[in-house]
Design a protein around this ligand. Structure first.
Ligand code: BGC
Length: 250
């Protein structure tokens, strides 16, 4: 069955957001609804919020649901966890959501969802080369797309630079936590993106995450070999990508 609409949910370190998505355009067909990420962000607490989001939109049983999640996901299972409760490690996310909501959901790493959406609808649409979509938020997410195909679970936010996990030092949350100016933060981004460039040699960097709304404050400060552009779907990309992947699999 082919669908015109699917529902996307994006689980993040500070909020869990959902909205229906037009699968032809990637646009949200209703404003997204956001609920704060529960603390502690245990599997049960997060699945309860997911169920609440689905109930809020009164989704019919046939609407495919996709879930974007901030961890490497292999065969539906959370393999490792940086920014939500550690009790997620080893949990089968797809099974946990099915148990809590009665629905089958398509689960995907959040950066991969964003990368998929940017490739299908946004800043990387039609690009035939290698694109690195980098999301700057609580953590750093990376999606690698080459020739239109995605390499899943590229955890390059955790590249170790000068003995430190790059994400702790360079994510948008580090800017907030340390009170950095855009100029100070851009120095860290310059170092990080240069390292990634020298490992992957992408043809294009696309920068997403909530802070990409303010891209004019920091992207012009970066001097990198490949072009670097803001994501077009901003932080709606996780929702759109998860919904699009769910639509494909339904
Ligand atoms: C996680 C990734 C995730 C990224 C963005 C990282 O800490 O390990 O899986 O994509 O944050 O949320």
């Amino acid at each position: 069955m082919s669908h015109e609409i699917a529902f996307g949910i994006d689980v993040g370190g500070s909020g869990i957001k959902g909205a229906p998505v037009d699968l032809l355009t990637g646009e949200l067909t209703e404003p997204r609804f956001k609920i704060r990420t529960p603390q502690p962000s245990t599997p049960q607490a997060v699945v309860d919020v997911i169920a609440e989001l689905i109930a809020h939109f009164g989704l019919g049983p046939d609407i495919p649901v996709g879930l974007s999640f901030p961890a490497p996901i292999v065969g539906g299972r959370v393999e490792w966890m940086a920014n939500l409760d550690q009790s997620w490690v080893g949990v089968n996310l797809a099974d946990a959501v099915r148990a809590g909501t009665g629905r089958n959901v398509t689960v995907v790493n959040d950066a991969d969802a964003a990368g998929y959406a940017e490739a299908a609808f946004g800043a990387a649409k039609g690009h035939q080369g290698t694109v690195a979509v980098m999301t700057l938020g609580t953590g750093i997410g990376v999606a690698l797309i080459t020739g239109g195909r995605l390499w899943p679970n590229a955890e390059l936010g955790h590249l170790v630079i000068d003995g430190r996990d790059a994400e702790r030092w360079t994510a948008a949350s580090a800017k907030d936590r340390l009170g950095l100016s855009y100029a100070q933060w851009a120095k860290r981004l310059q170092r990080y993106f240069t390292e990634v460039d020298h490992l992957l040699w992408p043809d294009l960097f696309v920068v997403g995450g909530g802070i990409s709304r303010k891209h004019e404050k920091f992207l012009p400060l970066l001097d990198l070999r490949p072009p670097i552009v803001p994501a077009m779907l901003r932080n709606g990309a996780g929702i759109a990508g998860a919904a699009a992947l769910a639509g494909l699999q339904a």
